[in-house]
Design a protein. Structure first.
Length: 201
């Protein structure tokens, strides 16, 4: 038993000594991988811009046909609104709706391209939908997102005319490109390089 422990200690000591003697390999692979990641992300990837708008959706309207408030909204109504948010999200991804958006943009971008740029999600445990469009230019992302947000209420109320859809937050033109997560990618690549260096040693 003691011999096995001594053997393990010797193996660890030899491994550490080997790593120390060939530390330059470990450093070289780490730096090389990190440098390649920096060059690739910084200079070989295109900038993207994301424009975002927010819709408020409800399964009921608390106004009558004359526009008068007829009652308060109950918790069950809010719960139902959260449930139908999933349906609303899928409706806004349909070809029919996105072709309408494309037409409003003079067909400068196809419905399938818009679908690839589009991301729709619920905001936490709320009745709010976040609509985001990521494109290669700030102007494109703004125009597409704005068109979707403006046309979404009409489309959704055609399907569910007893509900309510309002624009909670307008779309604004992005002032800067999206974060490329440069440091995270450099660190991850550096770790891969270090692992490779250990295998080489």
């Amino acid at each position: 038993m003691e011999q096995e422990k001594e053997f393990s200690v010797i193996n660890i000591a030899e491994t550490l000594l080997l790593i120390r003697n060939y530390m330059w390999i470990l450093i070289a692979t780490t730096v090389a991988f990190a440098f390649v990641a920096f060059i690739g992300v910084k200079f070989l990837t295109n900038d993207t811009y994301t424009a975002t708008g927010v819709l408020y959706v409800s399964n009921i309207s608390n106004k009558n046909t004359s526009g008068d408030i007829v009652g308060s909204i109950q918790k069950s109504d809010i719960d139902t609104s959260k449930t139908i948010s999933t349906t609303y999200i899928e409706l806004l991804k349909t070809r029919d709706f996105l072709e309408t958006v494309s037409d409003k943009l003079n067909n400068t971008v196809s419905w399938s391209e818009i679908k690839q740029m589009l991301k729709i999600s619920s905001i936490g445990d709320t009745e709010l939908l976040r609509i985001s469009v990521t494109a290669g230019s700030a102007e494109d992302s703004f125009r597409i997102a704005q068109s979707i947000v403006y046309q979404a209420p009409e489309k959704l109320l055609q399907i569910y005319d007893g509900g309510k859809v309002d624009i909670a937050d307008n779309v604004y033109k992005p002032s800067a490109p999206d974060d490329k997560n440069l440091m995270t990618k450099i660190m991850f690549s550096g770790i891969l390089g270090a692992v490779l260096g250990l295998f080489i040693i």
